[in-house]
Design a protein around this ligand. Structure first.
Ligand code: 6R9
Length: 649
């Protein structure tokens, strides 16, 4: 091992283990990653990244505490890896290619040089507002360049970014700001979404009524709307950026310093602020980006996710930029101005790798094929999906019509908590099978567990999916609640990280994810916990109790079905009005993505003797699987089941 990566910026010297080509190489690399994980990740970290100081130890871990440290005592700044080191060789290459909502507005090519300047300016603006290393900055922005730039600017100065998806409501935003105690919020005057505009600043204003800790709101201009600015608190971003210097020394961070917090729904209670740290997250997001998308120098890569989700963090911003890639950022939606928008963009920018969600594929597959066929998609080399299981029909539509049976589809399974892709084919190496995420990536050791918490060995088996060894980008804790981190992920099975998903391992060892085994429902690729939705419904003065379950939906994958019992208040309003009011409450508390498709009013909810709602039964009724309800004899109130079936929607 040479010391080249600790002095100045190097060009990749040697590609062993980093870029896997072919199935045999995958098996060899995988074997090494399992036999000698520290050597494996240590070599990759040393050869392909810039560190200010080398680690003392690659890994120390204890899943019982749980405590996980990668690259202990190493020093670095992730933005040096994502930006500075590319300046010499790729300064004029496009780093971020911004495609606006309106197709007649010009796309913006931001080179690595320009990105460097803009990130530094933003970093200096944050500093001028008193943001220091370790402070939390809440980012509530639409998919405009300022979003990626702000994320990187935080990382530049060691501030911890907490991006909140700009489709969340004011109360969801407020609870996230309060939970991480952010002092600064960055937002815009509004956002474009297809033909609509959204008043983001109004949502922030409302949220801040309950967050006294926020002293500064920086506002980017996007839609030129006439908004109220609160004296002393709100500041327009542009004049501050204009005055800021384009130089900003990167803050030197410890490998285990937090890089960001990202909230994800839990099955109970408030959202969990997953904390990702710097060194391991960088190494793993970059390594998996390179391999899962087989990114080659000069390719144009496009992930359609929003940076408000983990997919956008790891595979729009950090993974691609750490590899010196060109990454597309799309502001709009797939059906504006019409259903050909995605394919028009692929043709226009000659996109080589395209990564989207099954729900988008299903929505587009419903439309006429002319929307696809009028565009030249021959630039595509690799297609990806993420967020939920992809059904066979959607897989074939994607493969036949978008990939023309010529681009491998990577069905990538992973989570906010895992930081990077865990199980996925490697294109041109792993033979794909529809609906199978296939094989674990190097360093990932999956295990399937049975009901008695024993590991199920061998193939052609099904169980609960755990991971038995740490990988570099595993979340280190839940912000402010380490006990919850332990209880949620490390308590169900000894010495294992529990994913909350079920999976099958087929005869050749391929994994197929079967879905959540807890009370999280995935709607259009968004994780929704049942508890916060039920809490919102229960705020309605007429509602006594509620239970939410998922049921299959053609486009969304799952939709939400709510069972609601009303208080005996002599409520006389018609049910349709109540339904509207309930969905309005959900929109206010969580956001429109959590609205219920069906609301059934019922006399009672089936309960166990200990008072637990039997969701299993409600799920079956909602999915119309009435012949196999299972044992209901242990219920406290079996008679309500019949009533619920009779009155189902
Ligand atoms: C990256 C992301 C995580 C949950 C996960 C699982 C589901 C994601 C999947 C998939 C089947 C895939 N999921 N990818 N299920 N096949 N390829 O989506 O993170 O938002 O935290 O969701 O999504 O249930 O546990 P996150």
């Amino acid at each position: 091992m040479t010391n080249h990566c600790f002095i100045g910026f190097k060009i990749y010297l040697h590609m062993s283990n980093y870029h896997i080509k072919g199935l045999e190489e995958y098996f060899n690399v995988y074997r090494k990653s399992i036999d000698k994980p520290e050597e494996f990740w240590g070599d990759i970290a040393e050869e392909h990244f810039v560190w200010r100081k080398k680690w003392d130890k690659v890994l120390s871990w204890d899943f019982t505490k749980p405590e996980i440290k990668w690259f202990e005592n190493a020093k670095l700044n992730i933005t040096e890896n994502c930006i500075d080191r590319h300046l010499l060789t790729k300064g004029n290459q496009t780093a971020i290619l911004f495609e606006p909502n309106d197709p007649t507005e010009k796309a913006e090519h931001i080179t690595y040089h320009q990105l460097h300047e803009r990130v530094n300016r933003m970093a200096n603006v944050l500093k001028s507002q008193g943001v220091e290393k370790g402070d939390r900055v809440c980012v509530y922005l639409p998919m405009i360049p300022e979003l990626a730039i702000t994320v990187l600017a935080c990382a530049r100065i060691g501030a911890v970014h907490s991006v909140v998806f700009a489709g969340f409501s004011s109360s969801a935003l407020a609870s996230r700001i309060i939970d991480c105690d952010a002092k600064v919020v960055i937002t815009s005057d509004g956002s474009y979404r297809g033909a609509k505009t959204i008043d983001l600043k109004g949502i922030v204003d409302e949220a801040l009524n309950s967050c006294s800790g926020v002293k500064t709101v920086l506002v980017a201009k996007r839609i030129n709307s006439d908004i109220a600015m609160k004296d002393g608190r709100d500041k327009w971003l542009q004049p501050l950026l204009d005055d800021a210097s384009t130089d900003c020394e990167p803050e030197i961070m410890d490998a285990e310093d937090p890089l960001f917090i990202l909230y994800t729904s839990g099955s109970t209670g408030k959202p969990k602020g997953m904390v990702h740290t710097t060194g391991g997250y960088m190494v793993y997001s970059a390594y998996t980006f390179k391999n899962v998308f087989q990114y080659e120098q000069g390719d144009v890569y496009w992930c359609t996710a929003d940076i408000g989700w983990i997919t956008g963090h790891s595979y729009i911003v950090y993974g691609p930029l750490a590899n010196g890639a060109t990454t597309v950022m799309f502001e709009g939606v797939p059906n504006h101005p019409d259903y050909s928008r995605f394919w028009e963009i692929v043709e226009k920018h000659k996109v080589n790798q395209f990564y989207t969600a099954p729900t988008a594929i299903r929505a587009l597959a419903k439309e006429d094929l002319v929307f696809v066929d009028k565009h030249d998609l021959t630039s595509l080399k690799v297609l990806g999906t993420v967020g939920e299981p992809i059904n066979e029909e959607a897989w074939h539509w994607y493969n036949d019509n978008i990939g023309k049976k010529n681009s491998p589809i990577v069905d990538t399974w992973w989570q906010t908590e895992t930081g990077g892709i865990m199980i996925s084919p490697i294109p041109f190496a792993t033979p794909t099978i529809p609906t199978f995420a296939t094989l674990p990536l190097p360093g990932i050791q999956p295990a399937l567990m049975d009901e008695n918490a024993n590991e199920i060995n061998g193939n052609s088996v099904e169980g609960r999916l755990c991971i038995k060894y740490p990988w570099p980008s595993i979340a280190r804790t839940i912000w402010g609640d380490h006990q919850r981190y332990k209880d949620t992920y490390f308590s169900a099975y000894e010495n294992m990280y529990f994913t909350g998903d079920g999976a099958r391992r087929d005869a050749v060892g391929y994994y197929r994810i079967t879905g959540r085994v807890d009370d999280v429902i995935i709607v259009s690729g968004h994780n929704l916990g049942t508890a916060p939705i039920e809490d919102a419904i229960n705020e309605h003065p007429a509602v006594a109790e509620s239970a939410i379950v998922g049921f299959p939906h053609d486009i969304k994958g799952n939709a939400l079905y709510g069972y609601v019992t009303l208080k005996e208040t002599g409520e006389t309003r018609v049910h349709d009005n109540l339904r509207k009011e309930i969905n309005q409450l959900i929109t206010e508390h969580i956001g429109p993505i959590a609205k219920l498709d069906k609301i059934q009013f019922t006399v009672g909810l089936p309960k166990t003797r200990s008072g637990k709602i039997m969701r299993r039964i409600l799920r079956k009724v909602a999915s119309n699987e009435l012949d196999n309800l299972g044992d209901i004899s242990t219920l406290l109130n079996p008679e309500v089941v019949e009533k619920i079936i009779e009155e189902r929607l």
